[in-house]
Write a protein that binds this ligand. Structure first.
Ligand code: DGL
Length: 276
């Protein structure tokens, strides 16, 4: 059985976890939600990379077979450094997102909504310029308010009024030329139905293609831990576990029991959590 390490700045990576669970139900997943440091989208590239490498150390020390960076901002800031540092596959969400959009677009004009930090790093643009044919174009739109709203659990407030207003604000700024919109932050699929009210063309969630990439890696590596056949998900959060549980139970539709609070960024030496 494969042991998969997944991380995000908070609850956004659950949108990727859900896809992974659907496709690889018999796996042992360690999910690290760095909600004590969310949002990553307001941090600098250097700060984000440092946080990610610590999380990578933690997952690697806990013997995962593969690390999935279930966060676009973290992928942009750290995937090169993570791949250099850890001798196991490291998968991000950006390249899969672009590949999926290239398949779907009809007029070759792709848009991506993402966090301010991702936009500042040119998270999608940098990869797009390398992998997309020159006749395709990509436009990035940084959205400061969507991720913090979800991380604070406000997306249902006033019957979605707040969510709709915030999303409308950003979608109205997107050119009508764009026929395909990538959800370039793993928090955004949580409010996809609200986004779909204002963007009526194709919407791409990079999570699906990310899972395909994971399956490709699995075809090339053997699990380190062949005896363990106890499929489970363990959640570790750096901040408020109560808030995380409330959201995760609602989103995943199951009881969250294996959850631990561990702020890796404060406790330098403590790389292992206690499995009860
Ligand atoms: N889920 C993260 C992403 O995909 C959100 C980052 C944040 O914490 O701002 O970019």
């Amino acid at each position: 059985m494969y042991k998969i390490g997944i991380f995000d700045s908070g609850v956004g990576g659950l949108t990727v976890l859900k896809e992974i669970q659907d496709v690889v139900p018999s796996s042992h997943i360690i999910y690290y939600g760095d909600n004590g440091n969310a949002p990553y989208g307001d941090k600098t590239e250097v700060e984000i990379k440092e946080l990610c490498l610590k999380i990578g150390d933690f997952l690697y020390e806990n013997e995962v077979d593969v690390i999935v960076i279930a966060c676009n901002t973290a992928t942009a800031a750290s995937i090169k450094a993570m791949k250099n540092k850890f001798p196991i596959p490291v998968i991000g969400v950006i390249e899969p997102g672009i590949r999926a959009a290239l398949e779907v677009t009809q007029n070759k004009n792709i848009g991506v909504i993402l966090t301010p930090a991702s936009a500042k790093m040119g998270a999608y643009k940098n990869v797009f310029d390398v992998i997309a044919p020159k006749t395709y174009s990509l436009t990035e739109k940084g959205c400061k308010l969507i991720c913090p709203m979800i991380e604070n659990g406000w997306e249902d407030y006033y019957g979605n009024y707040l969510t709709d207003e915030i999303i409308k604000l950003y979608i109205e700024q997107i050119s009508s030329e764009i026929d395909t919109l990538i959800l370039g932050c793993t928090h955004y699929p949580i409010v996809e139905k609200n986004i779909a009210k204002y963007f009526k063309k194709k919407i791409v969630n990079p999570a699906n293609e990310t899972v395909n990439e994971l399956l490709k890696e699995f075809s090339m590596i053997k699990p380190k831990n062949v005896i363990n056949n106890d499929a489970k998900v363990e959640f570790i959060v750096s901040g408020d576990s109560k808030k995380f549980i409330d959201f995760a139970e609602k989103f995943l539709g199951e009881k969250i029991e294996n959850i631990y609070e561990l702020d890796l960024h404060k406790k330098d030496k403590e790389l292992f959590y206690n499995v009860i």
